[in-house]
Each structure stands twice: as structure tokens, then as C-alpha cells.
Design a protein. Structure first.
Length: 93
């Protein structure tokens, strides 16, 4: 079981709008981006349910925010976990 699972949450309609923008810029939509809005919403709800049921492991990141803020949020969640490893003995030889 992972120590930390980050769930980047964004309403499906917003996420698909981002995907359309990438497609307008020349990116090829992947198989997920081709799925119906309802499928994306169901998947989003499933991930949010996992986070609700496993709050010690799962953290929700509001992916609607600007990229810089998302980065700050992720670092604030990951850095304390990494600090736990600073005290481990170096096993590389």
C-alpha cells in the first residue's frame, strides 16, 4: 500500500476543456479523452470516494488552480513524507 496517493481533482467538464485545448494545439486525444462526460464524472466520484474512505493515505489536490499553486500544494504534501526518509541509513554501497 502506498504511503501517499495524490488525487488531482477537477470537474470532468473542466478537464475535458483542457484536453480540447491541447487538441487544438495539435495533441492527439487519448482513449480517456474520447470517453463521454458521464464516464469521466463517474470516475471522478470513484476517486473522491477512495479519498474519503482512506484519508490517512489519500490527499486531494484541487487541479483547477493555476499550475504554480498545484505545485505548491503537491510539495506541501510530499515533502513531509520525504523528510521521514532523511533519517534512514544509506544502504547504497
Amino acid at each position: 500500500m502506498p504511503d501517499l496517493t495524490l488525487i488531482f481533482d477537477i470537474p470532468a467538464v473542466d478537464g475535458l476543456a483542457r484536453a480540447r485545448k491541447r487538441a487544438d494545439d495539435g495533441a492527439t486525444p487519448d482513449r480517456f479523452e474520447k470517453e463521454e462526460l458521464e464516464t469521466h464524472e463517474k470516475r471522478r466520484e470513484a476517486y473522491l470516494d477512495i479519498a474519503l474512505n482512506e484519508p490517512r493515505r489519500c490527499r486531494i489536490v484541487d487541479a483547477r488552480q493555476p499550475q504554480e499553486r498545484v505545485t505548491e500544494d503537491v510539495l506541501s504534501m510530499v515533502e513531509p513524507l520525504l523528510e521521514r526518509f532523511d533519517d534512514l541509513p544509506d544502504v547504497a554501497q
